[in-house]
Write a protein that binds this ligand. Structure first.
Ligand code: WTA
Length: 570
């Protein structure tokens, strides 16, 4: 496949010389940005908020919030007071203590952020949940983590089966007219003290517990610790390229690791102005959001970009998006087509970043100072050692496909799968390599290329095909909004390629169109890559983070149980 290269612009980026930074990297040096390198006492909430107030930045805007009905801005000083009050409410009215698991189950509102920071100030471990989770998903997570407190709203409280959760002591409701049996956050907050004695922690103490689905079994509770902040901080510098005056927007929900590592920790550790958009996705809403706050750095996901692309270029004309200076993406492969489109309409190269819930922060990324090879995830973060290894942990030479692995021991590496040591251990080969479950290869110049989840690779008539490459090709077709590709068992060919396609506005499904799309892939990519079967769907099954759930497509196709659907978008 021809690779399009987008050259880095000659600007003053935080990471000007990648090779030098890799050579000179030392995590101890990065620690020196924080007082805990001397005192040994650490607290993420302090480093995110109070430290900036102590350093004279109290009047700077820390948070801009906007949804359809509400727009509010808060300074770092406001956030300090709000998180102190929240901490007092949780400590005094819900008995939260150091090390407790406190879940937050509510839509993105400023109060979510106050409560999350307040929880951290007590030294408790936060467990964020997507507001769309239904009862089973909520129960599994609270049960596995033995959560003591959950913070929610009146709309959602019905999905918490309190009687079946013996460890759950308090339900805190952030709403009006809270029934007696619950802790009434707003009322207590009004009365709460504005100061709070932060609980000082060890760098290996718990920070956050993110539940994530694997290909099998129950969701896993991935535990991160305070020290993870080193990665959040330095990737904010190197990758998000934060400068003092940046106004940053990460469109991810905190229910997903992107919405915490990069929607909370990274921007606030770096003291920039952070933006949160409430409510649902809409192209107009999103462009309006960028315009309203003059967003400069924007971190989003391929699925959102593809939806914006599908909404058409005319809408963009209505908005002034000239504040944008740096755009990034995460979560699934960034199709070259999307990079090309964004370059055309926004005049920005989109920077892909690769990482996982388990890695806690950026691992392989496109730095602003580096040429982008469209379709590549980029190169490892300085301080992170990546490799392509075989199943025994032997490193493979360039251009060979294998397991994408990371040398154990970076600060934001998960420290445990909650209550599941065997699962945790199963991630590692020889106690040396963390194995991601993704397959990839590295080219001669050290760029990494994603090929698929290890279990998604399709073998058809002896040819090994990655579904991503085909999906990328499919979405280049003008009629295709989104595509998911699976291998369907076939007696003759082993597997055949089957594509599920959602069409763009204005296109009708027809056999002619199927044939045209098939021809398009055959001609644009390879004969063996053309889907033999195509099904049109109104929507494709996706995780809340926007990944097309191929295993659900496969289950539909083969009439099998679809497995754990708790992370599926409704
Ligand atoms: C996929 C947390 C291709 C990959 C951020 C990984 C990506 C999984 C990329 C982690 C990317 C993430 N290109 N694939 N830039 N980023 N992935 O934990 O399969 O929800 O293993 O993401 O997403 O998913 P998670």
């Amino acid at each position: 496949m021809k690779v399009e290269i987008y050259e880095a612009l000659n600007e003053n980026y935080n990471l000007a010389n990648y090779d030098e930074a890799v050579k000179n990297h030392n995590w101890k040096d990065i620690e020196k940005n924080f007082s805990w390198s001397e005192t040994g006492k650490i607290n993420m909430a302090y480093e995110c908020i109070d430290r900036h107030v102590d350093n004279g930045k109290g009047d700077k805007i820390a948070l801009h919030y906007k949804d359809q009905d509400r727009q509010d801005s808060y300074t770092y000083k406001d956030m300090q007071v709000a998180s102190n009050k929240a901490a007092n409410v949780l400590k005094n009215n819900a008995a939260v203590e150091k090390g407790d698991r406190v879940f937050i189950f509510m839509p993105r509102k400023p109060e979510l952020y106050f409560a999350l920071l307040g929880t951290l100030k007590i030294g408790a471990i936060v467990g964020p949940l997507f507001e769309a989770f239904m009862e089973k998903a909520v129960k599994d997570r609270l049960e596995n983590s033995e959560a003591k407190v959950i913070i929610t709203t009146k709309d959602l409280v019905g999905r918490i089966p309190k009687d079946e959760l013996p460890h759950l002591e308090h339900i805190v409701i952030i709403d009006e007219d809270v029934p007696e049996e619950y802790v009434d956050f707003n009322t207590e907050y009004e009365k709460a003290n504005e100061t709070f004695d932060i609980e000082w922690l060890d760098k290996e103490d718990g920070l956050i517990l993110h539940y994530t689905s694997g290909s099998t079994g129950q969701p896993k509770g991935v535990l991160h610790v305070q020290e993870a902040m080193l990665v959040h901080y330095i990737s904010g510098q190197y990758v998000l390229d934060f400068k003092e005056d940046d106004v940053y927007w990460c469109s991810a929900d905190p229910g997903w690791v992107t919405g915490t590592s990069y929607g909370i920790f990274s921007p606030w550790l770096n003291g920039v102005t952070n933006c949160v958009a409430g409510g649902r996705f809409s192209p107009d809403g999103w462009y309006d959001f960028i315009q309203t706050f003059n967003v400069t750095v924007w971190y989003t996901a391929p699925t959102a970009l593809r939806m914006l692309m599908g909404a058409g270029d005319d809408i963009i004309e209505k908005y002034d998006l000239s504040s944008l200076r740096h755009v990034l993406s995460v979560g699934e492969p960034l199709n070259p087509e999307v990079i090309k489109w964004a370059h055309k309409v926004f005049n920005h190269r989109i920077h892909d970043t690769w990482w996982m819930t388990e890695t806690g922060g950026h691992m392989i990324v496109n730095y602003p100072s580096m040429d982008i090879r469209a379709g590549s995830m980029g190169k490892p973060l300085p301080g992170v050692e990546a490799a392509i290894v075989d199943d025994q942990g032997n490193e493979l030479p360039p251009n060979r496909m294998g397991n994408l692995a990371l040398k154990k021991g970076w600060p934001s590496m998960m420290r445990a799968v909650w209550n599941n040591k065997p699962k945790f251990d199963s991630y590692f080969i020889n106690d040396e390599w963390y194995v991601s479950g993704d397959s990839a290869y590295k080219d001669e110049d050290g760029y990494y290329w994603f090929q698929g989840r290890v279990d998604d690779v399709i073998m058809t008539a002896g040819e090994r095909v990655g579904p991503f490459e085909i999906e990328s090709k499919l979405v280049e077709h003008p009629a295709v909004a989104e595509a998911g590709v699976i291998g369907k068992p076939d007696p003759v060919r082993g597997e055949i390629i089957k594509a599920f396609i959602a069409l763009r506005e204005g296109y009708e499904e027809s056999d002619e169109l199927k044939e045209e799309i098939r021809k398009f892939v055959k001609e644009g990519l390879a004969g063996h890559a053309a889907p033999r079967e195509i099904d049109f769907k109104d929507k494709l099954p996706k995780t809340r983070s926007g990944k097309i759930m191929r295993r659900v497509l496969k289950a539909w196709e083969l009439d099998l149980p679809a497995g754990d659907l708790s992370t599926m978008e409704d």
